[in-house]
Design a protein. Structure first.
Length: 144
């Protein structure tokens, strides 16, 4: 046997041994990273579920408070709007005509699913001050 072939085989044996130890270290760190990533994914999923749960159980907001013309405060209450509409003997469509909105908006405001915009608050305040006769007069077709 020739010294060159023996030297070549020894060099390849040592290099394989070195590569093997390096690969084992890389495999270990790769497995650790994968498990860390999986744990983080589980934690993110748990936190997202918690946020969704907290979002569903959020308490209802209080009444909308809007400043009026003369510095007065106009408050809104869904129950109050329904009571006012019934006191005047108006349907939701008629109340919508007086308030400048649709009957669906009035229904949703009364159910508390939506809130009126700030621009609609003066009309709601005016509706509170209205009597049955005044509401009927505003809804009546114009006389020629």
């Amino acid at each position: 046997m020739n010294i060159a072939t023996i030297l070549k085989s020894e060099i390849s044996r040592v290099s394989r041994k070195e590569v093997r130890t390096e690969l084992q270290a890389l495999k270990k760190s790769s497995a650790a990273y994968r498990s860390d990533i999986a744990a983080l994914k589980r934690r993110v999923a748990d936190l997202e579920r918690l946020v969704a749960k907290l979002g569903k159980g959020s308490p209802k907001r209080g009444p909308v408070v809007t400043p009026g013309e003369a510095g007065s405060v106009v408050r809104f209450s869904a129950k109050g709007l329904a009571t006012q509409r019934k006191r005047l003997g108006l349907s939701a469509a008629e109340a919508g005509m007086l308030l400048g909105c649709s009957d669906q908006s009035v229904y949703k405001w009364e159910q508390g699913t939506t809130r009126p915009r700030a621009s609609q608050m003066p009309a709601i305040a005016a509706l509170r001050k209205m009597g049955k006769k005044e509401a009927a007069a505003k809804l009546a077709p114009p006389q020629e």
